[in-house]
Design a protein around this ligand. Structure first.
Ligand SMILES: NC(=O)c1ccc[n+]([C@@H]2O[C@H](COP(=O)([O-])OP(=O)(O)OC[C@H]3O[C@@H](n4cnc5c(N)ncnc54)[C@H](O)[C@@H]3O)[C@@H](O)[C@H]2O)c1
Length: 447
């Protein structure tokens, strides 16, 4: 901690910060905890997908309060979440029904509560297409207006998405596992997944995690192990000691490997085949930054970042996704990339990094349809400001500004990214593919 930082976090520093209007950020509900208050369930136009999904999840629900003006009593006690089925919403006029549901709920929601709207991914005519975008605008705005760590999410579905397809997603969003996912929209399609959400969904599954020695990668390794997975933890030889410590802690396997080595994919496959293990998932987490304004970015800085963050994982995928590669990814498996909000929104001084991370988003979108036939899903998470050694390098004042520049007024924790990745790896998330989910507390930067 630098001198300035020490002063800032001292009691006197905190008092000055409070006077300057910098409030203590809300403490977020994390882990598998469900909302404390009631889950309110509503439907506009008679959609039944949300109701069916809550039944699959076995959670009780309460009827909604409809806005009746300023002096109406609203909810008697704080509610935990509002889930709105808007799958039959196709007309602009129906948006008023949503407003009337949202107003009392936003007023009466608990800390770290949830507003979740479930709608269709595409409309059959111009008006319904416009209405879907309107719902997206509402979601993003509600996310910004909610206080106390509460979040908003819009889940899009297709006409054949069944309650069992949506169950792992709705559970993730309502639980504390999604603490730092706010103002986001993603799509859940019909799929051939399990009928119920399992308690330890990754039991017996083997998953490769790159960059596992520290930071987000170490958190991913721990979270996946908690859910039953055996992790093949990969990191560079220079990080060998901490890699071994993380792998030992969770009963995983450590593999010292620079992912940019030309034979990196083969080394992973050989290790799997040699131990007669079936590879279920790959998490491409290893990444580096070499920040400079573009005018100061030379070819070496450019190449190293694109190589580690994008080209290496493409080469590894090519080997591990070969359908006949011994030790390669099994059908029904999972690939998860780690992008960044810097890639989606652009960030000064990070042209090389933004290129690589936007490339990761492009890669998963392109791969997903090609691998659908084998039941393999391919997704990415895009973290915003997460407190790790990577972000500890950012100068204090700049860091403090960055980490407050989101709807939750704080930086995320590595576990927030790890939990989102674990949700994507869940066999019950079979209907989620080709998606990029931002784990950024609704960062003010970018889409
Ligand atoms: N921390 C954030 O705020 C943030 C935000 C957006 C995206 N990300 C991304 O999340 C991922 C993890 O970030 P972090 O903050 O934990 O970073 P970190 O620097 O703390 O950890 C990265 C790990 O990757 C390993 N690694 C680097 N090059 C490698 C190589 N060639 N082969 C094998 N391993 C290699 C490092 O040794 C290190 O253990 C990265 O892809 C990063 O770009 C982080």
């Amino acid at each position: 901690m630098g001198a300035l930082e020490k002063v800032y976090y001292s009691p006197a520093g905190k008092a000055i910060a409070a006077k300057a209007g910098l409030k203590e950020p809300p403490r977020l509900r994390r882990g598998e905890a469900w909302p404390q208050g009631a889950i309110v369930l509503a439907s506009i136009g008679g959609g039944t997908l949300a109701e069916g999904t809550m039944r699959v999840l076995g959670r009780a629900t309460q009827a909604p309060v409809i806005d009746e003006g300023d002096n109406a009593p609203g909810y008697g006690s704080r509610i935990g979440a509002l889930v709105v089925d808007a799958t039959e919403v196709t007309q602009i006029a129906q948006l008023e029904d949503l407003r009337a549901l949202l107003r009392p709920a936003v007023r009466g929601i608990e800390r770290s509560g949830r507003i979740v709207v479930i709608a269709r991914a595409s409309g059959e005519d111009w008006e319904s297409a416009a209405v879907i975008r309107a719902l997206d605008g509402i979601n993003r705005t509600v996310g910004k207006e909610l206080r106390g760590g509460a979040t908003a999410t819009l889940l899009l579905t297709t006409t054949d998405t069944a309650p069992a397809d949506l169950a792992s997603t709705l559970a993730f969003v309502l639980q504390g596992r999604s603490a730092f996912v706010d103002g986001q929209t993603w799509t859940v399609r019909a799929a051939d997944g399990p009928e119920a959400v399992q308690e330890r969904p990754l039991d017996g599954k083997v998953i490769v995690v790159t960059g596992a020695a520290r930071g987000i990668g170490a958190a991913i390794t721990r979270t996946l192990a908690t859910q039953g997975a055996t992790v093949l933890a990969v990191d560079i030889p220079a990080a060998g000691e901490s890699l071994a410590a993380v792998a030992n802690e969770v009963g995983g396997i450590a593999l010292q490997l620079d992912i940019t080595a030309p034979d990196a994919g083969d080394r992973i496959a050989q290790m799997m085949a040699g131990r007669e293990l079936t590879l279920y998932g790959i998490v491409h987490n290893a990444g580096i930054t070499r920040d400079k304004m573009l005018v100061n970015t030379d070819a070496a800085r450019w190449a190293s970042v694109l190589e580690v963050n994008l080209a290496a994982q493409m080469r590894i995928n090519e080997v591990l996704l070969g359908p006949t590669t011994p030790g390669g990814l099994a059908d029904g498996g999972r690939v998860v990339g780690v992008a960044s909000t810097s890639g989606l929104a652009g960030n000064k001084g990070q042209t090389n990094y933004a290129a690589s991370k936007a490339g990761v988003a492009g890669l998963v979108m392109a791969m997903a349809p090609d691998l659908a036939q084998r039941g393999i899903t391919v997704n990415a998470v895009a973290p915003g400001f997460i407190q790790t050694e990577m972000t500890a390098k950012i100068p204090f004042i700049q860091r403090e500004v960055f980490l407050r520049s989101n709807s939750l007024s704080q930086g995320g924790l590595p576990v927030d990214v790890a939990e989102t990745i674990a949700y994507l790896l869940d066999p019950a998330s079979q209907g989620v593919t080709g998606q990029v989910i931002r784990v950024c507390g609704q960062n003010l930067v970018g889409a």
